[in-house]
Design a protein around this ligand. Structure first.
Ligand code: 6PG
Length: 251
């Protein structure tokens, strides 16, 4: 499905629009399947959205939270995406701990943390373990469908922890991989897992996103240089931009 781009007047309007879309999709998922699976983005843009979600009245016990990517730091580290969500949403809203599926970044080996996160997702969705299926590329039917995956985009065009020219971009036989940001390990959803989502919602704000957005939406560009181009989900793909980021879409 081609991406839909909405340009909002400012970041506050972007957050309010994102809130309306996410709450609607949460309520639809719960209505259709009894639960909603939501993968969260890191970074700074979504933090006010998480605070606003914590003040909504949907049944939190029917919502399961995952992280589309995580920095490989302790869960109480200032760079932790889990810590950011916990401060903005989980603690203030007393979110049910059993529905919070965070990455085990306390493990020594990031590859083991990726394997364990993949296994937690496979167990949650009732899928065979990765070891049982071997190393062939995943067929769509083997990949779980998250109801909503929130994403941001870096100034370099990365998304989740799929950074330009890194090995994680090419992983097709796993759900979770180890990303690499300037030599620092990250845990990330893979492209196949993101592209199976029912709804992908990108949030991007600020003039610094403009050059990468131009490449992501260009007719031709190198997806290994601008990994957000790789995100072409089976379901809907909405981009919410503020006026500074989305200036070229306004003309
Ligand atoms: C992370 C993210 C990353 C983020 C972008 C945009 O862990 O940092 O998941 O992909 O979404 O870098 O970050 P901002 O929202 O801060 O611009």
């Amino acid at each position: 499905m081609p991406p839909a781009v909405e340009v909002l007047s400012n970041k506050e309007a972007l957050v309010q629009r994102a809130l309306a879309l996410v709450v609607d999709q949460i309520e639809r998922a719960i209505g259709d399947r009894g639960i909603c699976t939501l993968a969260l983005s890191g970074g700074s843009t979504p933090k006010p959205l998480y605070a606003a979600l914590g003040q909504q009245s949907f049944p939190q016990d029917k919502l399961h939270l995952f992280w589309g990517d995580e920095r490989y730091v302790p869960s109480d580290h200032p760079d932790s995406n889990y810590a950011m969500v916990r401060e903005a949403w989980l603690d203030p809203a007393q979110f049910p701990a059993a529905n919070v599926h965070a990455v085990a970044t306390h493990l020594t080996d990031p590859a083991e943390a990726a394997r364990q996160y993949e296994q937690e997702i496979r167990d949650f969705f009732g899928l065979p373990s990765a070891a049982e299926r071997g190393a062939a590329d995943l067929a769509a039917a083997e990949i779980p469908q998250f109801d909503i995956i929130l994403l941001g985009m870096g100034d370099d065009g990365h998304t989740a922890s799929l950074f330009p020219k890194t090995a994680a971009l090419g992983v097709r036989d796993r759900l979770i991989s180890v990303g690499n940001k300037d030599g620092q390990p990250r845990i990330t959803f893979t492209v196949p897992l993101i592209n199976r989502a029912r709804h992908v919602l990108f949030l991007a704000a600020g003039a610094s996103k403009r050059p990468a957005l131009a490449q992501v939406f260009a007719a031709q560009a190198d997806a290994s240089e601008y990994p957000s181009r790789l995100i072409q989900p089976e379901g809907s793909c909405d981009w919410l931009l503020d006026a500074e980021a989305g200036q070229s879409f306004l003309n």
